[in-house]
Every structure is written in C-alpha cells, then in structure tokens.
Ligand binder design. Structure first.
Ligand code: AMP
Ligand code: GLY
Length: 425
C-alpha cells in the first residue's frame, strides 16, 4: 500500500514511524514533513492546509490511504474533498470535525445526548458573559467557540481578570470570528486525562489511556501550551475506562450518526475525573500531540491495516492491543514558547541520545540549516522512551532528554511525577 500522512510535527513523525512497521506498506509520503520525518517517509512540499493540492497529489501518486495529523485540514474539509474524489482517507468530514472546530456545537451536542460535561451558557457579548459568570461564580471558564490553537480558554479568578479576558474576546477581538460566541462554564476540579478512540462511523476501538501536561512550567505553572509531555498509561484512571466508553465515547459516535454527522476518525475526549464522575472538557477529532507519541510506542499490530479498514467503513479487528510496558514523552521546546520561541540554535547530541536503550526521538519543530539540524519552532523535539513501568520509562526519557542540547532548550522536569507519587510506586 501507498500511504500519505498530513502534517509536520512530532505526532506525524510518530505516526510515520508506526506506519513504517506495517508489512503492507510499500511507499510512505508525508506532507509537508520535517527533517526527522524525512528519514522515514518521502517528504512532499505541500502545506497541510492546501487541501486541493493534497488531493491532486494523492490522486496522481495513487495513494491507498491518507491519514490526517492536525485539526486545521479536517476543519477545512479535507476528508470531504478526498471522499468526493474517491480517494481513501481516515478522518472525519468537516461537519463531524465540528466537535473540535466549534465548542458551542460540542457543548450543545453533549447536552442533547446527555453526555456528562460542565454546566454552561453560550454568550455573544460582555454583558451577557457577566450575567452568566454570576450564575457560576469564580473561578469560571471562558472558551472561544472556534479553533484558537489551544489559547482560547481562560480561567479568571476574579472580576478584574474577567474584565481583561472579556476585553480580549469582545473589544480587541484577538480571536476574530472564533470568539463571536463564547462558552461560559463552571470550573471543574479533579485529575485531567485524555481518552482516545478510533471510530469507523459506528464501531469504536479504544486506544491506550494517556495523560498530557499542558502548562509550560513545572508544577503546572505558566501558560497553556500544546503539551509539554505525556505518558501512557495515564496512571490515574482507576476503573473508569469502561464508564468513559459507555457514557462518553459510544453515545458521542451514536449521537453524531443520528445527527447525520457520521464520525469516522480519531475521537479524543479531554476529561476531568471529578468526584461526581468523568466530565468532558473538550473533544478533539485527531490524535493528541504529544499523547500519540507514547501511545504509538506501546501499540502492537498493524496500524495501517486498521486505519485502512476504518476508512473503508468497517474495522476488521475487534480491538487494538498495547504492550504492558509504559511509555513517556518529554517535549524539548525553545525558550520563549508558546509566545515567541527562539529559533536557529544548532542541536547536538541527538544521535547518541536516540541510541540509548528504549529511546525513540521524534522531531517536531526542526530544520536543516547549512547542513546542521537546528531548532525551528516552539516544540522542537519529543524525547520518548518505553520501560517496564512508568517510572522506568520516565527515567529513560529524562536520561536521553538531558543528553540533547541547544542554547535555548527548555523542558519540564516533573512529567509524570504526581502520578508516580500518588501511585506510591
Ligand atoms: P480545552 O481546550 O477545552 O481542553 O481547555 C484547555 C484547558 O483548560 C483544559 O485542558 C483544562 O485544563 C482547562 N479547562 C477547560 N475547561 C475546564 C473546566 N470546565 N474546568 C476546569 N478546567 C477546565
Ligand atoms: N495535547 C493536546 C492536544 O493535542 O490537543
């Protein structure tokens, strides 16, 4: 089979690494890829949002399966474009991708189908927002309706902070049309986890649990980011996995089908495990980045075959299998991320670190300059490792992370620590 992966980050590098292991694979392409991905797939210089050019390429190269990494092409309707042209692709159509693309749609959908989530109101301006906040009290959560690269969620703790955020949404209009509607919701307490499943429109195959670390700094301080580290298993799930499947994932897939938005693709629920049970914080319609990296390290079997059958409308396998070992991912970023990351530093020590036992390094924001690998984005490298236990996996990942260097390298030092402390292991 000939496969095409869309995207250029660490998630897509891990996806290509996993697809490469398929005995069915003949040729693997990635658009637009990065220098790390180019070691395992043929790079295609087409941006991820150029959905018509990507379809032209897939048709010309006779691609048997396209897999989409990031959300933007999905929200732009890449799957509709491919399906209309008879090109096999794994991912949700534009209308189904609204589960991620519109928080207002997602919240109202959950309400219609009795899927547990925080209480909320939809507002269109500052005055309406103040009224809604009165109902929930502080702290309260404000979310821009549309895609905002993970930056559209605010949690003000008092009137002063609230006014600042309302000005950002409604006066400065920093998020443009993405914040024409804003969700105001109750602030939930508990442990956050990611629950990911792949769906063929009807059937659901759960993926191993994972947990990501969204804040920039140790101790969950600092701004939200795309994710500074992750591990699988999540380690905090207890017995709630089947409850999440039954109360969240299956009703979502059934509900989308009932609303003529059949969901084929990756369904990712970000959840808060509260005292009253799991509550959905958000849906994504793609693999998490960096959650996918440790997940693929643990995944057994042929991912290409599974995704191709899903794209054809029916999974052949009853379940996905994952190794018992744990896996962890430490994101190495550049100083200034997420606002204005430093770029251009030469990266050293990569090969030696990647050669350490159990270690796999995926590239995210890298480039080749004058023949050398340089940091070229916010999240630069994903240093991942497997190990018999989560503690072992983290130890290996951190050992390798400190061996890779560049001038402005930063990373969190406490990925997994709270989970290990809680487990007492
Ligand atoms: P979202 O993009 O909706 O997942 O929100 C980003 C982050 O904001 C989440 O990962 C949570 O840490 C936090 N968050 C979102 N909604 C809530 C909520 N209702 N209560 C508490 N924290 C929340
Ligand atoms: N790591 C969170 C996300 O991919 O949205």
């Amino acid at each position: 089979m000939k496969a095409l992966v869309i995207g250029s980050g660490g998630r897509e590098h891990a996806l290509c690494w996993k697809l490469r292991q398929s005995p069915l694979l003949e040729e693997l392409y990635c658009a637009p890829a990065n220098p790390g991905i180019a070691e395992v797939a043929d790079p295609v210089p087409i941006p991820a949002d150029a959905i018509h050019d990507l379809a032209d390429f897939a048709a010309e190269a006779k691609i048997d399966l396209t897999v989409v990494g990031p959300e933007l092409p999905l929200a732009l309707g890449i799957v509709d474009e491919f399906i209309n042209r008879g090109l096999p692709i794994f991912g949700p159509r534009r209308q189904a991708a609204e589960l991620e693309g519109s928080k207002v749609f997602a919240k109202e959908f959950m309400k219609r189908h009795g899927i547990p989530t925080a209480e909320f109101e939809i507002v269109h301006g500052a005055e309406e927002a103040r009224l809604a906040v009165r109902r929930f009290g502080f702290p309260v959560v404000l979310k821009a309706d549309g895609l905002a690269a993970g930056k559209g969620v605010m949690i003000p703790h008092d009137e002063h902070e609230l006014e600042g955020h309302l000005a950002t949404f409604f006066d400065e209009r920093r998020f443009g049309t993405a914040a024409e509607r804003v969700v105001v919701e109750e602030c939930l307490e508990g442990e956050e986890i990611s629950f990911i499943a792949i769906c063929d429109g009807e059937r659901v195959l759960p993926v191993a649990t994972s947990k990501d670390y969204k804040r920039l700094g140790d101790g969950d301080e600092g701004p939200n980011t795309g994710g500074m580290g992750a591990h699988s298993p999540a380690g905090v799930l207890g017995g709630t996995g089947s409850e999440i499947l039954d109360r969240v994932i299956r009703p979502t897939v059934a509900g989308m089908d009932a609303e003529n938005r059949r969901f084929m693709g990756v369904l990712y629920a970000g959840l808060m495990l509260t005292e009253d049970g799991p509550r959905v914080l958000e849906f994504n319609v793609r693999f998490g980045d960096p959650e996918a990296q440790p997940i693929f390290l643990r995944m057994e079997g042929d991912l290409l075959e599974v995704l191709a059958s899903g794209a054809a409308g029916r999974f052949e396998t009853p379940r996905l299998n994952f190794r018992k070992e744990a896996a962890a991912c430490i994101v190495l970023a550049s100083k200034g991320y997420p606002e204005k990351p430093a770029k251009g530093d030469v990266i050293t020590g990569l090969e030696a670190a990647a050669g350490q036992e159990g270690v796999e390094i995926f590239q995210a924001g890298t480039a080749i300059k004058d023949g050398q690998l340089v940091a070229a984005g916010g999240r630069v490298l994903n240093v991942c490792a497997s190990g018999a236990t989560l503690r072992d996996a983290l130890k290996r990942a951190y050992g390798a992370a400190t061996a890779v260097r560049w001038d402005n390298r930063i990373f969190r030092h406490d990925i997994g620590r709270r989970v290990l402390n809680r487990a007492g292991s």
